[in-house]
Design a protein around this ligand. Structure first.
Ligand SMILES: Nc1nc2c(ncn2[C@@H]2O[C@H](COP(=O)(O)OP(=O)(O)OP(=O)(O)O)[C@@H](O)[C@H]2O)c(=O)[nH]1
Ligand SMILES: [Mg+2]
Length: 374
């Protein structure tokens, strides 16, 4: 009997499912996932940033916005980063200067030199070059595979980030790989984002290369990307217009606030893409109305206070809208698990009853044999 009780206890223990940890975000750092779109630099084509951005004045005439010299900026070959890593460096420095404790995570396995010291670095766990040769992958495939491998241990990373410390970090900033799709549209990107967002207040900072957005179609591409990130992650999104030391972001704000000025900027373009951009601008109007934006320079540090202020507002938005959603999901999950546990218990009890029955039957058969012999 006591052996039976032991077995039941053991089987119950094996059914035991951990209750979801209580969801207290109070003292936890605000996770800022830094993402951004890289742009191919124009070579022979007419570059958007050769001509200053135009916007419509109230009278309907076009005026050119002053743009600082872009010649050097324009001569660099290859893909142009929107400035995520430089922004991380500047934000880290800004936090230090203002004695705001921070925690830094680097999720870019392919970066050679980081201008900041991360607390958690994917490169300490996954060797991007080895992944590339072992799996015979190209650069993007190797970044994705490295991220997939790292995602399998991401619960440990989240535990490190949320661990109470003295002083307690106020922000946990996360750098991501250059190709935005690798992060936003991959399974591992979703695992990482959800792992953070279900444990800590989390937001997305979408870094935009402002000078390149002076082309209305590039601007539209960026806004559509921002919109898709918002719908994919459902997290508070802050659009960070970076490199304002090269080109101010006033034109972008104007385009978002005044549909006519965007139409005017597209006026000279008669391509299919331009007419699509025109229609999309109408659709995005509602999206723009609720969009938080800020202008910064990751090089000079301009706008970093504005960024922190806007980020804290996103943190509040998370508490107000996202957290109740997470709690609802957790409650549903707990209820489902409770039902599953009850079902498993019933199965165990029935199996035990059957087991008992079988034994009795066995004894009857044995008795019958003995009877026969008699
Ligand atoms: N003028 C200016 N240049 C900037 C600014 N931020 C970044 N840059 C430059 O933009 C280039 C790309 O910056 P990164 O920080 O490497 O961009 P990234 O988004 O991390 O790039 P990937 O990691 O390759 O995706 C570098 O040459 C930076 O110096 C800025 O605010 N102003
Ligand atoms: Mg980078």
């Amino acid at each position: 009997m006591s052996q039976k009780t032991d077995e039941t206890t053991q089987s119950m223990a094996s059914l035991q499912i951990d209750e979801p940890s209580s969801f207290q975000t109070g003292d936890k750092p605000l996770v800022v996932i830094v993402i951004g779109k890289n742009h191919t630099r124009p070579h022979n084509q007419r570059s958007s940033i050769h001509s200053p951005p135009r916007m419509a004045t109230k009278a309907g005439k076009l005026k050119h916005l002053p743009l600082p010299s872009l010649s050097l900026y324009n001569q660099q070959p290859g893909m142009a980063g929107s400035g995520k890593t430089t922004f991380m460096q500047q934000l880290n420095a800004h936090l230090h200067t203002n004695k705001i404790p921070g925690y830094i995570v680097n999720l870019d396995p392919a970066v050679l030199n980081l201008p900041y010291s991360p607390n958690v670095d994917i490169r300490d766990t996954v060797n991007y070059k080895n992944v590339m040769s072992q799996y015979s992958l190209g650069p993007n495939g190797a970044i994705l595979t490295s991220l997939n491998l790292f995602a399998t241990r991401f619960d440990q990373v989240v535990s490190l980030c949320e661990k109470p410390r003295d002083p307690q970090p106020k922000f946990c900033i996360v750098d991501t790989p250059g190709q935005i799709e690798i992060f936003t549209w991959s399974a591992s990107g979703a695992i990482v984002t959800e792992a953070f967002a279900s444990t800590m207040p989390t937001m997305v900072a979408y870094i935009v290369d402002t000078p390149r957005c002076a082309n209305p179609q590039t601007f539209m591409t960026n806004m559509l990307q921002a919109c898709s990130i918002l719908y994919k992650t459902k997290l508070p999104l802050l659009v960070v217009f970076n490199k304002i030391d090269v080109a101010r972001h006033d034109f972008a704000i104007e385009w978002m606030q005044d549909f006519e000025s965007f139409q005017a900027a597209l006026e000279e373009e008669a391509s299919y893409a331009a007419s699509l951009s025109r229609s999309m601008a109408l659709v995005l109007d509602e999206f723009y109305n609720n969009l938080s934006t800020v202008g910064v320079s990751a090089v000079t540090g301009e706008g970093m206070d504005d960024f922190l202020e806007a980020a804290l507002k996103c943190g509040k938005e998370y508490e107000e809208f996202y957290r109740p959603e997470v709690e609802k999901k957790m409650k549903e999950h707990a209820e489902m698990e409770e039902k599953r546990r009850e079902l498993e218990m019933r199965k165990v009890q029935e199996a035990m009853k059957e087991d008992k029955g079988e034994k009795k039957k066995g004894k009857v058969v044995l008795d019958a044999t003995i009877d026969d012999e008699d």
